[in-house]
Each structure stands twice: as C-alpha cells, then as structure tokens.
Design a protein around this ligand. Structure first.
Ligand code: ADP
Length: 161
C-alpha cells in the first residue's frame, strides 16, 4: 500500500490545503495529513483544534488520516514507515524554504522523497495567516476555508484570541 504524508501547520486548514490533499490522495492509497506542533511556533489554534478542524473537513474521506506530531518530520515519517512527503507550492517565495527543508529531510533520512505540487491557481494567494487576519477583522472567509469549519474559525476570533 502506497502511503504519502502531507505535513503542515494547518492553523487553520484552508481550501488551498484541501485542494492539495484531494489532488495528492489520487497519487497514493492512503494519505496522512501530519499536523506539526513546533514548541517555538505560536499557533492560534491548539494542536487538538487543528486536528479537529481537519477531521471535520475530511470526514467523508476514508483513505485520509489526520495525525498530530511534534519533533522532527523526518522522525515522524520514519515512524510511520513512509517515504514520500507531499508539499504544496504557491509561489517562488515558498520555494526557497521548501527546497531547504526537502534537502535537510533527505540528509536526515535518505529514503525520503519530497514531491511538490503546484497550487491551484484559484488558491495561490491563500494562506492560513490571511484567513486569520480576515476572521479577526470581521472579513468574509467564505470560499477560503471549508464551509463546515467556517463558524469554528470565526468563533475563535470572537473570543478575542
Ligand atoms: P501556511 O501557514 O503557510 O498557510 P502550512 O504550514 O499549514 O501553511 O502549509 C502546509 C503545506 O501546504 C505547505 O506545503 C504549504 O506550502 C502548502 N500550502 C499552504 N497554503 C497553500 C495553498 N493555498 N495552495 C497550495 N499549497 C498550500
């Protein structure tokens, strides 16, 4: 069974992520969406909330598993017995960082292959930070995140977090 891992912060998941998830799940039998928890990063949504939002958005997808992880992605990938990491690329600005991470992961675990998938042209401008900025300021996030999680995203910022 071919399994791939799609890692990220998903703080929160956007339709740009969902698009990459659906397109990459066609390349494998099972896709693990790996939700990172880096102690040096400040998240708006807790790990549990980020996992929950993804589970809600992907509830009809039996071949997709959502899993939280802390520590190195290379270790998580090894632990899961997976070789392929999928990353989304929005623009040239994403490339430098992603290129560095791919080479670093390759050095840590030579079995890992990182595949880059081009963003859907409709979501190239979309990021979790943009969604949060809109939600925090009462902007419309319709079409930017899955409809089924929209209220939960607004709710988070109504509480002034
Ligand atoms: P961000 O906080 O930048 O929105 P994440 O760390 O959650 O993103 O991203 C996880 C992965 O999804 C990365 O590979 C990132 O490049 C990719 N990604 C994020 N947003 C999009 C988008 N709109 N279209 C395609 N890929 C995306």
């Amino acid at each position: 069974m071919k399994t791939c891992i799609y890692p990220g912060s998903f703080d929160p998941v956007t339709n740009g992520h969902i698009d990459i998830i659906h397109r990459s799940s066609m390349l494998c039998d099972k896709l693990i969406v790996a939700v990172g928890n880096n102690i040096n990063k400040k998240y708006s949504f807790s790990l549990e909330e980020r996992v929950e939002l993804l589970n809600i958005a992907l509830k009809d997808c039996p071949y997709i598993e959502v899993a939280g992880f802390s520590g190195l992605l290379a270790d998580f990938v090894r632990e899961k017995g997976v070789r392929i990491i999928i990353k989304g690329l929005r623009a040239v600005s994403d490339f430098e960082y992603e290129f560095q991470m791919a080479l670093l992961n390759k050095k840590l675990n030579p079995n890992i292959e990182t595949l880059f998938m081009m963003s859907n042209v409709n979501y190239t401008y979309l990021s979790s930070s943009a969604v949060k900025e809109l939600a925090r300021n009462g902007g419309d996030i319709g079409g930017l995140v899955p409809d089924c999680i929209k209220d939960k995203v607004y709710e988070k910022f109504r509480m002034g977090i």
